[in-house]
Design a protein around this ligand. Structure first.
Ligand code: LAC
Length: 250
């Protein structure tokens, strides 16, 4: 927990996996390629994140729409799936119509009075369309893309955008993410961080019984939803966004 009380002025949210359910692409991937939906959904997301990190390290930034397309191409190719451009575009289009987590809207409404923003690796174009299509533009003060620094989270330069765009010091920010790599990056940078543990460690362990059928979703959860061992722990662990008012008003 935090060493001393701080006054939180802004809550800044990661987008994909935190406010928006990235698994909701499974409906379109399954519809486009029956029987492959889960495989495509998980490989695509794992590669997409990997490409953000590789591009940052290679200093070959391309925005998240490019990364998302390249990782989808990788996935369909490895599975030997043939497709026409319209099918590809239909799958991509889900990225600007992702499902909000059921608890997202009510939690944001309950936090009125704080500055509320998204800081995401998404490109400005993708994020603005998503926020508009899902009605969040009315409740958010800012939708911040890392586009303007040309490097993806968890690079510290990405997190500097909160202060430069919102005018709020890192010590006055509660950053909220479900993505362990993002929690570690934000904490390492110096933000207060709440981790939304969408898959608790008990629930995770319960899914891995001897000889249990392990699906691509299980592997995704094992690799991308549990806290990483990078020497940084979140200040708060929550299991629903509805717990946030209690965290900041405490
Ligand atoms: C984001 C991805 C990393 O929204 O989840 O930044």
């Amino acid at each position: 927990m935090m060493d001393q009380p701080v006054t939180i002025k802004a809550l800044v949210f990661d987008a994909y996996g935190t406010l928006y359910d990235i698994q909701s692409v499974a409906t379109v991937t399954e519809e486009a390629f029956p029987g492959y939906g889960d495989l495509i959904t998980q490989i695509w997301r794992m590669k997409q994140l990997e490409y953000t990190w590789l591009r940052s390290m290679m200093k070959r930034y391309e925005d998240f729409s490019v990364v998302t397309r390249e990782s989808l191409t990788y996935t369909l190719k490895l599975l030997g799936l043939k497709y026409d451009p319209a099918v590809f575009e239909r799958i991509m289009d889900k990225y600007v119509h992702l499902d909000l987590y059921p608890d997202a809207r009510a939690a944001l409404d309950a936090l009125k009075g704080y500055k509320l923003a998204i800081l995401s690796n998404g490109s400005s174009g993708m994020l603005n369309a998503l926020v508009e299509n899902t009605g969040l533009s009315k409740v958010l003060d800012a939708t911040i893309s890392i586009d303007s620094v040309g490097v993806f989270k968890p690079d510290p330069r990405a997190y500097t955008l909160i202060e430069s765009k919102l005018g709020v010091k890192p010590s006055e920010v509660l950053f909220v993410s479900s993505n362990p790599f993002d929690v570690c990056g934000a904490k390492s940078f110096g933000l207060n961080v709440a981790w939304i543990e969408r898959v608790t460690s008990d629930a995770m362990a319960a899914e891995f019984k001897p000889n249990a059928l392990i699906t691509p979703l299980h592997m995704f959860k094992a690799i991308r939803t549990q806290m990483d061992h990078l020497g940084h722990e979140p200040d708060y662990r929550i299991t629903a966004l509805s717990e946030l008012p209690k965290v900041v008003d405490a």
